[in-house]
Design a protein around this ligand. Structure first.
Ligand SMILES: [Ca+2]
Length: 186
């Protein structure tokens, strides 16, 4: 490697890049980021350049929470039940719904995840040993039960996703029917 940098953001603010410096160990780099007031959340990821000109970006962000951090609800989708989550097809699809709560490794589709962030299971669309893609012209939703945030301040949603969509399809994250995230057609 010829260079490495860590990019961090505080409380989902703008990313700041810090150049990492080589340590005494071969191919090892280190950097220090400043301290922050509490409570706070810091997200970071690392990218590096190789001697042949390639840049590798670690797309698996790290996350550090400092201060009193209370988990109001959490789901790894690995329990005995769906924990109140349910699939809905709000248009198209002929009344079928396509969400599966399984180990994604069962799917032979190259675009599907090969493992869960929290093994073994994820919720995903058409994760089937015989393969399969979501059908065209369908709006598929995975919904949670409602959560009571009475007297809660500073609530945030954190999740892991794997997104593979067909050209011109869109993915959307909605909270209280407010579009919180939508990367646009891909
Ligand atoms: Ca899981």
């Amino acid at each position: 490697m010829t260079a490495a940098r860590v990019e961090y953001s505080v409380a989902e603010g703008p990313e700041v890049a810090v150049v990492m410096t080589p340590t005494a160990n071969a191919d090892e780099f280190a950097a220090t980021i400043p301290g922050f007031g509490s409570p706070n959340s810091v997200r970071w990821h690392v990218s590096a350049d190789s001697s042949v000109g390639n840049t590798v970006d670690d797309d698996d962000d790290g996350m550090y929470h400092h201060g009193t951090f209370t988990v109001i609800a959490g789901h790894d989708f690995d329990g005995a039940t769906d924990e109140g989550w349910f699939g809905v097809v709000s248009s198209g699809g002929g009344g079928n719904q396509y969400w599966d709560r399984v180990d994604p490794a069962i799917s032979p589709e190259y675009a599907d995840p090969y493992e869960a962030y929290s093994p073994p299971n994820v919720f995903g669309l058409v994760l089937d040993p015989s393969g399969g893609l979501y059908p065209p012209g369908v709006w598929c939703e995975l919904r949670s039960q409602p959560y009571d945030f009475t007297n809660v301040t500073g609530a945030r949603l954190q999740y892991r996703r794997w997104l593979s969509v067909a050209p011109n399809d869109i993915a959307t994250l909605r909270l209280n029917n407010f579009t919180a995230w939508q990367p646009g057609p891909s």
